[in-house]
Design a protein around this ligand. Structure first.
Ligand code: SF4
Length: 236
């Protein structure tokens, strides 16, 4: 399930190296480094990753989970997507759902040495650098799309993309259009539980597992379970 046919790094690890060394967005690079220098009090003794965060997971994945961006003191600290943003955080909520659905071997994501292994799933973010206030600029999302296109080009078994929130949803549609995929008209709107058949693949929308959604009951574990069960059924 490739979305582009251009020249790209020759392997998934080469794509990941290119992401890690990217400097295309001065505002984001400078913010990530500044967060890494000042640090949160609880992490004062740690060396922050403070670089762009590549995707993580099973290279043979049929399912891509697409998030928004690294958290300043989460993945920007640990270097692994959805990792270290606090107990009960979005990473834990997502990983618990993936564990229940059989895509993960553990149900938390707080440390890079936790033995986490994804099966049949790969997690990436639409934007690879932590943005101030978790809000990337539209041009920063656009600038980062080639990394997503390059990364999924090496996920040869990909069938379903689960977009965590509207920005990830729109980013996937844009990446698909850039890659020559003919999108349905009107362009599909994001909704929790939306399934859209693209050619190739299926795009699924779910609410982002931010504390704002999970602490207020806007998003519950049951809602993720229903969607991931449907994702499983959609796999060939
Ligand atoms: S957000 Fe993406 S394009 Fe911008 S500097 Fe980070 S990795 Fe590069």
């Amino acid at each position: 399930m490739s979305v582009s046919g251009g020249t790209r790094p020759s392997s998934l690890s080469a794509v990941q190296r290119a992401i890690i060394s990217c400097q295309r967005c001065p505002r984001l690079r400078s913010y990530c480094q500044q967060v890494g220098r000042t640090r949160r009090a609880a992490f004062r003794d740690q060396v922050y990753w403070a670089r762009p965060v590549p995707g993580f997971g099973d290279p043979a994945a049929r399912v891509l989970i697409l998030g928004l961006a690294p958290a300043a003191h989460g993945a920007n600290r640990t270097g692994r997507v959805f990792t270290g943003d606090g107990v009960g955080s979005s990473g834990d909520f997502l990983m618990a759902a993936l564990k229940r659905a059989g895509f993960s071997n553990i149900s938390t994501s707080q440390r890079t040495d936790d033995g986490l292994a994804l099966r049949d799933a790969y997690i990436a973010a639409a934007v690879r650098c932590a943005p101030p206030a978790n809000k990337p600029l539209p041009e920063e999302v656009d600038r980062c799309l080639p990394h997503l296109i390059d990364e999924v080009a090496h996920l040869e078994n990909l069938q379903v993309v689960v977009a965590l929130g509207k920005i990830a949803w729109d980013a996937w549609l844009k990446a698909s259009a850039l890659g020559g995929v003919a999108l349905p008209r009107p362009r599909p709107a994001f909704a929790h539980g939306a399934f859209v058949r693209l050619h190739p693949g299926i795009l699924v929308g779910v609410y982002h597992p931010s504390r704002q959604n999970t602490n207020t009951g806007v998003l519950t574990p049951k809602m993720y379970d229903q969607v991931f069960r449907a994702v499983r059924r959609a796999l060939r």
